[in-house]
Design a protein around this ligand. Structure first.
Ligand code: SF4
Ligand code: SF4
Length: 276
């Protein structure tokens, strides 16, 4: 990320102590900040809320989830006019998941306009169905052995869309890059009864499935989006055809000089396209 984006995140972070201080000044007690939650049966799904507090006059007997955001003037006005549920559904879902994890019934959404310092607050009541649906969706993605379809936003699919711009998997999703070599990307990895297993070794995997690969790693064809040119049954290899026409044995994809070779092939292909 470049400096401007990092400063933008920093601007969001500097608001948090200010808002917490404002809440204390009206008599609210902050119980916790940056509380970290982990989904019990799928620990790869986790998140941290901005805080939990008690002592709000509107909910004197409730612990309340706190979630703080910043916005530019245009976005701020839209949230004020439409409300969080319709204007910021991602924030709404995020808060419901946190309330689900923390067993809370209500949350306070605070958004600060970065340009005018205005503050908008909204109470968000816990909706169990919203949290369960989001968690089920996340688990389905985590446990899937296929790359999920690209997000289609208001203006179609684009790696520069606001949904995708911070995604770590843009290169894989949009540029046919090579996935990380580990058990999770291997053809032999399967999810059975919510547990990952290796079909070749029948070895148990932990749920996060972050393991180094073994010599029999072969990319899952639903994760490496390349054509299969041939299959070497005897050696348990797949012969891949890259999007730029190169032919690669699966063992080569794990070798250290692969990246260089693939990059050269890609550049040569793009040069030919430009010539035409
Ligand atoms: S770039 Fe990331 S967020 Fe966007 S569609 Fe692909 S995987 Fe999903
Ligand atoms: S064959 Fe090796 S790399 Fe593939 S899932 Fe099994 S242990 Fe992991």
């Amino acid at each position: 990320m470049d400096g401007r984006i990092l400063r933008l995140f920093q601007s969001g972070n500097v608001q948090e102590p200010r808002i917490l201080e404002d809440l204390k000044n009206i008599g609210v007690t902050i119980l916790d900040t940056q509380t970290h939650f982990v989904e019990p049966d799928c620990p790869i799904i986790s998140g941290s809320c901005d805080g939990i507090a008690v002592g709000f006059p509107e909910y004197p007997d409730e612990s309340v989830l706190l979630e703080f955001k910043t916005s530019n003037t245009k976005g701020f006005k839209k949230i004020v006019e439409t409300g969080i549920k319709l204007e910021k559904p991602v924030h709404y879902i995020q808060m419901n998941v946190y309330m689900h994890w923390a067993n809370l019934k209500v949350g306070l959404y605070v958004v600060v306009c970065k340009e005018t310092d205005e503050i908008y607050t909204e109470w968000v009541n816990y909706e169990k169905e919203v949290a369960i649906l989001a968690l089920d969706r996340a688990k389905a993605i985590v446990r899937s052995n296929q790359i999920p379809p690209k997000i289609v936003g208001k203006h179609g699919s684009s790696e520069n869309s606001k949904e995708c711009m911070f995604c770590d998997y843009k290169d894989l999703c949009y540029h046919n890059s090579i996935p990380v070599v580990n058990c999770r990307t291997c053809l032999h990895c399967e999810c059975v009864n919510d547990k990952f297993d290796c079909a070749r070794y029948s070895e148990d995997f932990d749920d996060t499935c972050i393991k180094t690969s073994c010599e029999y790693h072969v990319f899952n064809p639903y994760i490496l989006n390349w054509d299969i040119a041939d299959i070497d049954v005897e050696n348990e290899h797949i012969i891949w055809k890259s999007p730029y026409g190169g032919i690669y044995d699966s063992s080569l994809l794990q070798s250290s000089d692969f990246e260089q070779k693939y990059q050269k092939e890609k550049e040569a292909y793009l040069d030919v396209i430009q010539l035409h």
